[in-house]
Ligand binder design. Structure first.
Ligand code: ZN
Length: 428
């Protein structure tokens, strides 16, 4: 086996090489003292200490120099922090003879010999090339940062779920390192303005759950929006453009943002159904929160609310065995309608719901879906118990065969509707 542990270099004698640490290098934490030697009687003298590293690992790349013997590598894990900060030297010794001149290297000790409990993720922009970002994560075992990912033109870094997912995966990762990076614009100044206003409206609606919303580039071929427990929402340009083009309206974009903000509420209360084999029950509840928002805040939209349901329908899926399964088209539309129905009830009765009450209402209705997560469900079978909602009619609305007249919300003043925002209920 050909094993290369470093650029092949050789000493003056040509029979031995110290490859790590390199002359002029910087060392910190757990690193390597390594190289190869035709003679097994090899040691490395660090400052004045003689270190005898394990010998005999395979180095096929240097075997030719040692008469065909490939088992000539040596290497030792070494905590450079033990040397203390500053300049140090290393030199090969074969038997009793020192080989070549000592090399020098510089040690930095961040926090003692072995720092425990540290946690940090940083992003290095324009590395390894312009436009790419490299994410470094502190690794306690190495006492150093390790490369956790490279983004930018690398779709494999992205979450391959089309719509409204939530994830711990990218918790703490700099937004610009997600997918192909954050964007200053969706590409249309008018839409940027409306999206900014929509974000402000939702920030006031979802009070108690602040979030920073970043437009981001999902990378080519991926449509996604992502909600993170660290109060970050990443909103993809592709899913935004695709939504507007496919429905002729940007109203469903507000619905998707509300869905993501619904996840923020779930994070805050710990309502994620982590034990479920798929994210469906949590996703359907996020759809219901989204419908509640649309019903209370977007009542002006009238029949245009069809576009919101069309989009929910088209974003449903039948990937029952996929952990990313969000719900079938019927289920997703029904969940959105469930939220809107709750909003209508709140207005009719002039009764605000707080978040916990909404959660009770939603989980009670989505309950059958949660139970069915344990067993395979039949394609197309609606599993939301929403007796008051005519699923066939919803399907027609979503497909454009029927208008959403029945979705018209009860009339109420803006002030009254604001009093029905979820957090206001707690104040009463
Ligand atoms: Zn979601």
């Amino acid at each position: 086996m050909l094993t290369t542990l470093g650029a092949l270099s050789s000493s003056v004698s040509g029979q031995v090489a110290l490859e790590n640490p390199q002359n002029g290098s910087f060392q910190s934490g757990i690193g390597l003292i390594s190289g190869w030697s035709c003679s097994a009687d090899v040691a490395v003298v660090v400052d004045s200490s003689i270190i005898v590293p394990p010998y005999g690992s395979s180095r096929g790349d240097a075997a030719g120099i040692c008469g065909g013997n490939a088992n000539i590598g040596f290497g030792l894990l070494f905590n450079f922090n033990l040397l203390g900060p500053g300049r140090h030297t290393a030199q090969i010794r074969l038997g009793r003879e020192y080989v070549d001149s000592p090399i020098t290297f510089t040690v930095t000790v961040p926090a003692g010999e072995f720092a425990r409990g540290l946690s940090k993720t940083v992003t290095v922009n324009d590395f390894p090339s312009s436009g790419k970002s490299t994410t470094l994560v502190w690794q306690e075992s190495l006492q150093n940062f390790a490369i956790a990912g490279v983004s930018g033109g690398n779709p494999s870094r992205n979450v391959q779920v089309d719509y409204g997912c939530y994830s711990n995966t990218y918790q703490g990762v700099a937004p610009q390192a997600i997918g192909c990076g954050i964007l200053p614009s969706f590409g249309d100044a008018n839409f940027d303005l409306r999206f900014g206003q929509e974000t402000q409206i939702q920030a006031s609606f979802w009070t108690g759950f602040p979030a920073t919303v970043y437009p981001f580039d999902e990378c080519p071929g991926v449509r996604n929006a992502l909600s993170r427990p660290d109060h970050v929402i990443l909103f993809g340009r592709n899913i935004t453009v695709d939504t507007i083009l496919s429905t002729g309206s940007d109203l469903p974009v507000a619905g998707i943002l509300a869905h993501e903000w619904g996840h923020q509420v779930q994070f805050g209360y710990g309502w994620m159904n982590q034990a479920a084999p798929s994210v469906r029950s949590s996703e359907l509840e996020a759809d219901a929160f989204s419908g509640y928002y649309m019903g209370l805040v977007k009542r002006w939209a009238g029949p245009e609310l069809n576009t919101y349901f069309q989009r929910l329908f088209s974003l449903g899926d039948y990937q029952f065995n996929d952990p990313g399964h969000h719900g079938t088209p019927n289920e997703r539309v029904a969940a959105g309608a469930l939220g809107m129905q709750a909003a209508a009830n709140a207005i009719y009765n002039n009764t605000p719901y707080n978040y916990e009450q909404l959660h009770q209402i939603f989980t009670a209705s989505i309950g059958t879906a949660i139970l069915k997560e344990r067993t395979p469900v039949t394609k197309g079978e609606p599993s939301i118990a929403v007796s008051a909602i005519d699923l066939e009619y919803i399907r027609k609305i979503a497909s454009g065969e029927a208008s959403a007249e029945w979705l018209r919300m009860p009339s109420a003043s803006d002030e009254q509707r604001r009093m029905l925002y979820p957090n206001r209920a707690v104040d009463r």
